[in-house]
Ligand binder design. Structure first.
Ligand code: NAD
Ligand code: MG
Ligand code: MG
Ligand code: MG
Ligand code: MG
Length: 340
C-alpha cells in the first residue's frame, strides 16, 4: 500500500517562511501561484517579457517578473512551463541562481527522469504533482477542498526536502484530499504510459476505429458519433464514481453481456503485448528522445500528426452535432480552448 499524507502530516509554516517562484502561468502555474498566495506564501510568477500569460497573472494581483529575476529572488522554484521547454528555461534562468540550499520543484518528472535537467547536488529536488488539471486544482482549493497530489523527493540535500514538499502540497490544498508518496521514476513512467496506452492514445484510437467501422459499413456519421464518442462521457462518469463495476451495474443487461463477450474480442491479448512495448519505449527513453528531438527540430512530426488528427471525419461530425447541445459549451467556460 502507498504511503499517504494529510494536512496533519505537514507544517504549512515551512513554505510560508520561504520565497517561492512559480515559472509559467498555464494550467498548473495559475493554480499553484494563486493558492500559494492565498495560503500566505510569498510568491512571484516568472514569465518571459512577451508572454501572453503576463496580463492574466497581473490581473489577479500577482507580481510578475522574468524567470531569471524570479529565480534570483526565490529559494523555492516550481517549474511549470511545458515539459519540452523546461530544460531551456532551466539553463537560461534557473541554473545561474540555483545556489546551495535552494529547492527545485516539478509537477512532472519527465526532465529529471530522462536526464534533460541535472540539478547540482546541493539543492533539494522535489515533486508535487496534482492528479487533476489546474483549473480543477484551483477550484477545489477555493471551495475548501483539494485534488490529491503525488509527492516525491529525488534529491534531499538539506535533510528537510520531504517536509518542504509536504508543506508546499498543503499550501495548494493537495493534502486536504491526500498526498501519495511516489518517486520521480514511478510518476514519470506511469504518467506517460497511462496517457499513451489508455487515456489519450488508446481512447482516441478506439473511438476513431469504432466510428470508422460503423461509417464504412454505411451507417450515418451522426449516429456513429453518438454511439462511439458522445456517450463515452456517461460511461466514464460511472467508472469515475464507482469503478467498472458501477458502469456495468448501470447499463442494461444487454450492454453488460456484450461488454463481457465482445470486449476481450476487440481488446485482445495482442493489445496487451502492444502496451508492454509502449511501456518499454517509455522506460528506455525512446519515447522521450523522439519527442524532444522532434520539438528541437521545430516539431515537424508533432505538427503533421496534429493536422492529420484534426482532419479525421469524426471532428467535423462532432462540431456540427455539438451545436445542438446547448449544455456542452458551458463546461469550457474556464478554459482557453478554441474549437478549430
Ligand atoms: P501549460 O502549457 O498550461 O502552461 C505553460 C506556461 O508556461 C504558460 O504560462 C506559458 O506562457 C509558459 N511558458 C511557455 N514557454 C515559456 C518560457 N520559455 N519561459 C517562461 N514561461 C514559458 O502547462 P501545464 O499543462 O500547466 O504544464 C506544466 C507542468 O505541469 C508540466 O510539467 C506538466 O507535465 C505538469 N502537469 C500538468 C497537468 C495539467 O493538468 N495540465 C497536470 C499535472 C502535471
Ligand atoms: Mg497525467
Ligand atoms: Mg502527462
Ligand atoms: Mg447505445
Ligand atoms: Mg445493469
Amino acid at each position: 500500500m502507498a504511503t499517504m499524507y494529510y494536512d496533519d502530516d505537514a507544517d504549512l509554516s515551512l513554505i510560508q517562511q520561504r520565497t517561492v517562484a512559480v515559472l509559467g502561468y498555464g494550467s498548473q502555474g495559475h493554480a499553484h501561484a494563486l493558492s500559494l498566495r492565498d495560503s500566505g506564501v510569498d510568491v512571484r510568477v516568472g514569465l518571459a517579457e512577451g508572454s501572453q500569460s503576463r496580463a492574466r497573472a497581473q490581473a489577479e494581483g500577482l507580481r510578475v517578473v522574468t524567470p531569471a529575476e524570479a529565480c534570483a529572488e526565490a529559494d523555492v522554484i516550481m517549474m511549470l512551463v511545458p515539459d519540452h521547454v523546461q530544460r531551456h528555461v532551466y539553463a537560461e534562468a534557473v541554473e545561474p541562481h540555483l545556489s546551495a540550499g535552494k529547492a527545485l520543484f516539478f509537477s512532472h518528472g519527465f526532465n529529471i527522469r530522462f536526464g534533460y535537467i541535472t540539478p547540482p547536488a546541493d539543492v533539494d529536488v522535489c515533486m508535487v504533482a496534482p492528479k487533476g488539471p489546474g483549473h480543477l486544482v484551483r477550484r477545489e482549493y477555493v471551495d475548501g477542498r483539494g485534488v490529491p497530489v503525488l509527492v516525491a523527493v529525488e534529491q534531499d540535500a538539506t535533510g528537510h526536502a520531504k517536509a518542504l514538499a509536504l508543506s508546499y502540497a498543503s499550501a495548494i490544498g493537495g493534502l486536504r484530499a491526500g498526498g501519495i508518496e511516489t518517486t520521480f521514476t514511478e510518476e514519470t513512467e506511469t504518467d506517460l504510459f497511462g496517457e499513451q496506452a489508455v487515456l489519450c492514445g488508446g481512447m482516441s484510437q478506439l473511438v476513431q476505429y469504432g466510428f470508422e467501422t460503423l461509417t464504412e459499413a454505411g451507417y450515418q456519421p451522426e449516429v456513429a458519433y453518438f454511439e462511439c464518442l458522445h456517450e463515452l462521457k456517461l460511461i466514464v462518469d460511472l467508472m469515475y464514481e464507482g469503478g467498472i463495476a458501477k458502469q456495468r451495474w448501470s447499463v442494461s443487461d444487454t450492454a453488460e453481456y456484450g461488454d463481457y463477450v465482445s470486449g476481450p474480442r476487440v481488446i485482445d491479448e495482442r493489445v496487451k503485448d502492444n502496451m508492454r512495448s509502449v511501456l518499454e519505449d517509455v522506460r528506455n527513453g525512446a519515447f522521450a528522445r523522439r519527442f524532444i528531438e522532434d520539438q528541437d527540430a521545430g516539431a515537424p512530426e508533432f505538427t503533421a500528426l496534429r493536422e492529420k488528427g484534426a482532419a479525421h471525419p469524426i471532428e467535423a461530425t462532432g462540431k456540427e452535432l455539438r451545436g445542438m447541445m446547448a449544455w456542452v459549451k458551458g463546461h469550457e467556460a474556464d478554459s482557453d480552448y478554441v474549437e478549430g
